[in-house]
Write a protein that binds this ligand. Structure first.
Ligand SMILES: NC(=O)c1ccc[n+]([C@@H]2O[C@H](COP(=O)([O-])OP(=O)(O)OC[C@H]3O[C@@H](n4cnc5c(N)ncnc54)[C@H](O)[C@@H]3O)[C@@H](O)[C@H]2O)c1
Length: 277
C-alpha cells in the first residue's frame, strides 16, 4: 500500500493486458494514473475504474505523442512515472496468424532435432511495411514518449523531490531472439539499448530508466500463440506461463523508492525461461 503515493503515472497501451494491470496496481499503491491507448474508448473504460485520466494517441506518431503530452500538461498533470508499454505482436488482424505461429513452431522443433525445416525461413515473409510498423510502435514509440516526457518536465523546470522514472517494456525476445519474430526481437533489443543510454543521460536529472523484459504472459497478445504454450511451459523451469501481475508488480517496484539505486537495468520476470538479460 502507498508505495507510489503522490506520484502521477502515464502508462501507454494500457487499455488492456499488461498495461491495464500496471495501471491497477499503480492506482492501488496510491498513484494517480493516466491511461494512454490508441483506442480511446477502451482507455477511458480502464481509466474510469481507477479514477484516472485517459488520453489517446498512436505512440508511433511523433506529432500525436507531442500533442498528447501538451494536453496532459495543460490539465495541470505532471508525470513522475512513464511506462512505455504500448506494443503489437504483428499478428493483429492477420488471417494467417495461426499459420505463422505454426511455422515458427516447426522451425524451433526442427532446430531441436537437428533437422532442416521443410519450410522457407520465416524472414522471407516479412514485408517492408510489417518491419517498419513493428519498429515504429515499439522503438519509435518509446523514444517519442520518453523525449516528450523529458521535454515537458524541463519546460516546467521542476526537479522532482522524489525522482522520476521511465520503465520501458522489453521482452525476453530482445535478448534471446525467436524464430518467426525478427522484427519484434529487433525492436525489443533496441528498447534495451535505449534504456541503458537514457539511464546514463538522465541520471543527473534524477530520472531512473529501467526495462522490464517479460517472459510469456497470458494476454490478448499471446492468445493466438496457444499452440506454442505446451512447448513454452515445458521450457519454463517454473512450469507455467506468466500472468499480468507478474509484470505489474515488477513495474510497481521499479517505479517506487524501493528501486532508488536501480537504473539502466532489465528486470525479467519469466519463470526461468531465460536466465540472463
Ligand atoms: N504478453 C506477453 O507475453 C509479453 C511478453 C513480453 C513483452 N510484452 C510486451 O508488453 C507490452 C504489452 O503487451 P500485452 O500482452 O499487454 O499486449 P496487448 O495486445 O494485450 O495490449 C497492448 C495494448 O497496446 C495498445 N496499442 C497498440 N498499438 C498502439 C499504439 N501505436 N499506440 C498506443 N497504444 C497502442 C493496444 O490497443 C492494446 O490496448 C507490449 O509492449 C508487448 O510487446 C508482452
Amino acid at each position: 500500500m502507498d508505495r507510489l503515493l503522490g506520484r502521477t503515472a502515464l502508462v501507454t497501451g494500457a487499455a488492456r493486458g499488461l498495461g491495464a494491470q500496471i495501471v491497477r496496481r499503480f492506482a492501488e499503491e496510491g498513484a494517480h494514473v493516466i491511461v494512454n491507448d490508441i483506442n480511446l474508448t477502451a482507455a477511458q473504460e480502464t481509466a474510469k475504474k481507477y479514477n484516472g485520466d485517459a488520453f489517446s494517441c498512436d505512440v508511433s506518431n511523433s506529432s500525436e505523442v507531442d500533442r498528447m503530452f501538451l494536453e496532459i500538461a495543460s490539465k495541470g498533470l505532471e508525470i513522475d512515472i512513464l511506462v512505455n508499454n504500448a506494443g503489437i505482436s504483428g499478428l493483429e488482424g492477420d488471417n494467417q496468424a495461426q499459420e505463422r505461429v505454426r511455422k515458427s513452431l516447426k522451425v524451433a522443433e526442427a532446430s531441436a532435432k537437428g533437422e532442416i525445416p521443410e519450410i522457407d525461413p520465416p524472414i522471407l515473409e516479412v514485408t517492408d511495411s510489417a518491419w517498419s510498423k513493428m519498429l515504429a510502435v515499439h522503438l519509435d514509440g518509446t523514444f517519442f514518449c520518453s523525449r516528450a516526457f523529458v521535454r515537458n518536465f524541463r519546460k516546467s523546470n521542476s526537479l522532482s523531490e522524489i525522482g522520476r522514472a521511465i520503465i520501458n517494456m522489453g521482452s525476453i525476445m530482445g535478448t534471446s531472439g525467436g524464430s518467426g519474430s525478427a522484427a519484434y526481437c529487433a525492436a525489443k533489443a533496441g528498447i534495451l539499448g535505449l534504456t541503458r543510454s537514457l539511464a546514463r543521460e538522465l541520471a543527473p536529472f534524477k530520472v531512473r530508466v529501467n526495462a522490464i523484459a517479460p517472459g510469456y504472459i497470458l494476454t490478448d497478445m499471446t492468445s493466438p500463440m496457444a499452440e506454442m504454450f505446451p512447448l513454452l511451459v515445458a521450457q519454463t523451469p517454473q512450469g507455467r506461463l506468466g500472468d499480468p501481475d507478474d509484470i505489474a508488480w515488477a513495474a510497481v517496484y521499479l517505479g517506487s523508492d524501493e528501486a532508488k539505486f536501480v537504473t539502466g537495468q532489465t528486470l525479467s520476470p519469466n519463470g526461468g525461461w531465460h536466465m540472463s538479460q
